[in-house]
Design a protein around this ligand. Sequence first.
Ligand code: ARG
Ligand code: ZN
Length: 878
Amino acid sequence: GTIYLKDYQAPNYLINRTELHFVLGEEETLVTSRLHLLRNTENGDSSELILDGQDLELVEIYLDGDVLDPSCYEVGEATLLLRDLPEQCLLSCVTRIRPQLNTSLEGLYRSQTMFCTQCEAEGFRKITYYLDRPDVMSVFTVTIDADADRYPVLLSNGNLEETSLLANGLTRVLWHDPFPKPSYLFALVAGDLEHIEDSFTTCSGREVALRIYVEEKDIDKCDHAMDSLKRSMRWDEEVFGREYDLDIFNVVAVDDFNMGAMENKSLNIFNTSCVLCDPNTTTDVGYQRVEAIVAHEYFHNWSGNRVTCRDWFQLSLKEGFTVFRDAEFSSDMGSRTVKRVEDVTLLRSAQFAEDAGPMAHPVRPESYIEINNFYTLTVYEKGAEVVRMIHTLLGPQAFRAGSDLYFARHDGQAVTCEDFVLAMEEASGADLGQFRNWYSQAGTPRLTVTDAWNKEAGSYALTISQSCPATPGQDDKKPFVIPVAMGLLGDAGNLRLQLQGEAPDPDTEDNTHMVLMVDKPEQTFVFEGLPEKPVPSLLRGFSAPVRLEFDYSRNDLCRLMSGDDDGFVRWDSAQSLGVSVITEVQAQLLAGDEAQVDPLFLEACGALLQDDALDPAMLAEMLSLPSENYLAELAGEGAADVQGIYRARTAVLAAVGSHCREALEQRYAQLAVEAKYAATGEQIAARSLRAVCLNYLAAAGASGLALANAQFAAADNITERLAALRVLSQFGSRSDWEAPMAKFYDDWGHETLAVNQWLAVQASMPDDGAIARVRHLMEHPDFDLRNPNKVRSLVGTFAGQNPLNFHREDGSGYRLLRQVVAELNSINPQIASRLLAPLTKWRYYQGRAEQMRSELELLASMDGLSADVFEVVSKSLK
Ligand code: ARG
Ligand code: ZN
């Protein structure tokens, strides 16, 4: 059934202490719980308690030491009902579970040879009967009995207090976590693992032992994560004043994991793909991702663990804030502008689509069927944008004061997004009343901007109007508060800004940019004292998650691209120019004409390539054409023509490739990295720009393919190998890619993480053989439907990153996805449901709606549909 935010009720019992005892076995695991219950008198005096429990076998149950009479409890499908409970009591249950058979990867399960857990959001109920909700915080003591030959490493949260050898030959460990926590932060790991160790001294002098546990074969791939962890710990002290609070911090890498990683108190569990790094298995982007995710999980220790969520509707309270924090960290570690460009690219190509689709929901959703479906780009990424806007509105100092107040006031509590906003308001004196609409209203606001230049008066007016499309359950929207950071570009650079009716800014040094507060349906801002008609530089740094419309001429865009002093706007103008040129070519091709790429664009690309002052990483971003997915998203409902987009985009690539051949070849040669592989900013920038050059050159013909071949052969790292393979398989014919593709597997087939990327490259090939290839690879011995990384790499990449083949006219792409989702539905509902997302965008694609819908209908009519898949399918068909 549907769960509503408005129905929230505090729990009627609290669990002050939780003692868990595990006996881990090869066939079954026995879990004994001792729950110290206390009636929550604030919330009535009912003596009835309903605990959550799923896929459990109740073996024994005791109340205050006595076997509980069967008349006092009732075991339901997903509950244990208890009657006539005293105000204070000790409830003890023995449950039997079978982690070996748990393919959902939530609760306690097996990954390879180890036991591990994933309890967020509601996995703990698959371990034992409990109040599995985040507002029940408890102090956990955990004992684990296991065969030390098989499982020499036995971990849980907090501190290891005792280890002993039992008479039955098993080893027992006892862990105690002094910090009260909700069940979703519980973790347990048992396995034959190696670890690396380091230490960190906190600002107040606490020595923290840092350990990363992995399978023996991966022990050499941990250093980058360890360095990232230490940088994160220092940064959080310096920038947010957050110090670590235990003497130990463990990280464990597991191969079978539904998401990226999990912030369990002092025992973070990571998908191997998000923690291991090696030049032959991890790309440059992968290294940066590992740093960001290690930081993200570490930052949760405060934003998530010390202060947690009252209920799952508040998920963005911890996720939006923590994504904001990790983005700031990454910006400080590398290039702020490049990080911003990467984040905006994701937001605009994927989160905007989510916000315009059938699953659209506010940053703080009002209802859900399955909470796992709400770990979304909206909650995470748009949620982070909302926090970023608060940061912009308050300024860095008041924001920090708000953050300090929030942590101080709510330490040890389970709170709401409202509590966060209140702390920000109180610390700053700001009024965020209307700003709260960002939490409650779904959909991407649209800003339409027009201008008027008055030459005689030297004044320039910008009229900004906002609107927001209807989303499911929300037809009419109230205006948002939208901070529009802006400047005005003149011939010689950015102009001084003087708003009509406002006192001149005394700080004459730096008044070339400001933030306009747009909070009404329509507003006009008039600037005075201007020597010439400016080009507006709008939404600098992407100051709000909105679609912006302004009728720039291509000349305007070129001026912003080369002359504005905001890096984001320079990049964004290049993107807009790219969109406009590709769209024009698409129309030409559709009309049966030859592609004519505007020479202005070709020359702008040429000029960029000559710009030696520009950071190569930034240049790579500016030269990257908008993705097919972004172009489809821009086309709007019913209008995305994937073939047309693909052809036009490829034609523009080829035109730039031939027009700029010399400059591209020169840059490509100059940027060759002679030094041994290192994931340094400088090397990464060089490789990324080289890959962009190679892509253009290969699009333009054979000489580029030859370069790619040579690069593949010479590379000492997977970044360059994959870049070459991608280019060969995108633009070459079978004879170009077949041998290197096979060689890659021969050389790196023993490295799971490398194989995953090899699968992904093949899943995104544009040729007619793509669907047969994906089906064939699903039979490959290295493919495994039970392993989410494999499924994502092959099927996820196919459906999400290969529009040309996923949307084939014969519907074979849709069929393939539906079949995999149907099979996964019973194996791993969470993954099944996530994989399904591309089918839900059926409204977008020209002439495809019926076919896509009919696959959704087939899923809807399946027996045994999981709540996860049911929610997505039924909402998509509405
Ligand atoms: N809290 C984790 C993170 O973002 C995500 C875990 C979510 N897992 C899930 N199965 N819903 O860091
Ligand atoms: Zn998180």
